[in-house]
Structure formats: C-alpha cells, structure tokens
Design a protein around this ligand. Structure first.
Ligand code: SF4
Length: 163
C-alpha cells in the first residue's frame, strides 16, 4: 500500500498561521486515513513556527525552488526574513517522506510551503500566481509525486494504477 504525506491542515489540524485548519479530512482523505495510508505533517510547525504566526509569502517573482537554492527569501508581514524556518520545514518533510516511504504527497495549494501549482504573489494582498512552495519543490526534487489538495481524485486514480 502506497503511503501519502499530507498537509496536516487538510485533516482538521488547526496549524495554519491564523490558527485554523484548511479542511476536515473528509471524502478520500477519510478513506485514506482509515486505510492507514496518511502521514500528516505541518512543515511550518516542524520548522519551528508557532500558531498563530504572521503570514509569510515568497518574494515576488520567485518560487520554492529558488528559495531552496538561496536565490529568493520568504518574508512575513512584519518584514522579517523567515526563510530559515521554511527551509527547516522542507527538510523535515523530505526526511519524513523518506523515513515512512511516501512516494506521494497531497499538499495545500497557495501556501509558501505546501503550494503545488499556486502560491501567493508576494504582495500580501491576497493575489496568487502559478508556482510552488518550498516543501513541494523539495519533495518533488526528492522524487515524491506531489499533488495539490484539489487533485485528490487524480491521485486516487494514480494509486489505483500503481497498486
Ligand atoms: S505549512 Fe502546509 S500543513 Fe502547515 S498550515 Fe501551511 S499549508 Fe497547512
């Protein structure tokens, strides 16, 4: 059975910057949880951040891969450079995926950590743009197939093919 690393906030854990969750772990997530497939992680908590925390975004024009290679930073709304904590969270995600044998990940879209196809634009005005977060980039580089949370059904079809 293939295991799936999953953003903890999708399972109802109140770990987002504002102390809220992103979902309740319903539907396919409930099925996968009952199967014992899910490996939940909040990379930002693993990276040392607390709840609540100031919202943070990748610098305008950059994406997670550039943050990983030192070419861009992540700043919070106070202007603080919080890149180090995000990198620590990405490292923790890759380490956990390796330790638990996760070849797949289902991650929360829009986040500077977990975003797969979309991240906030870096202006703290609610706008988003195509791009991936640091965790998605690190997992992808490590060979994990990453899916945004809105692609759970596609992941289910992929699992059916490989199992
Ligand atoms: S880092 Fe990922 S798991 Fe943690 S709150 Fe943000 S989107 Fe959710």
């Amino acid at each position: 059975m293939k295991r799936i690393l999953v953003s903890a906030c999708l399972l109802g854990q109140p770990v987002r910057y504002d102390g809220r969750a992103k979902g309740k772990g319903e539907g396919l997530l409930a099925l996968w949880r009952a199967e014992g497939r899910l490996v939940p992680l909040c990379p930002e908590i693993a990276g040392g951040f607390s709840v609540p925390r100031a919202p943070a975004e990748i610098e305008p024009g950059a994406s997670g891969a550039e943050v990983l290679t030192g070419g861009a930073r992540i700043l919070d709304t106070t202007g603080r450079d919080v890149t180090g904590g995000f990198l620590a969270g990405a490292e923790a995600a890759v380490a956990l995926a390796r330790k638990t044998g996760c070849a797949f990940a289902l991650l929360t879209e829009g986040s500077p950590s977990c975003g797969v196809a979309r991240i906030h634009a870096g202006h703290f005005d609610g706008t988003t743009r195509p791009g991936e977060g640091v965790v998605a980039a690190a997992l992808r580089t490590a060979g994990v197939a990453v899916y945004g949370h809105d692609r759970a059904e596609e992941l289910a079809r992929r699992l059916a093919q490989v199992e």
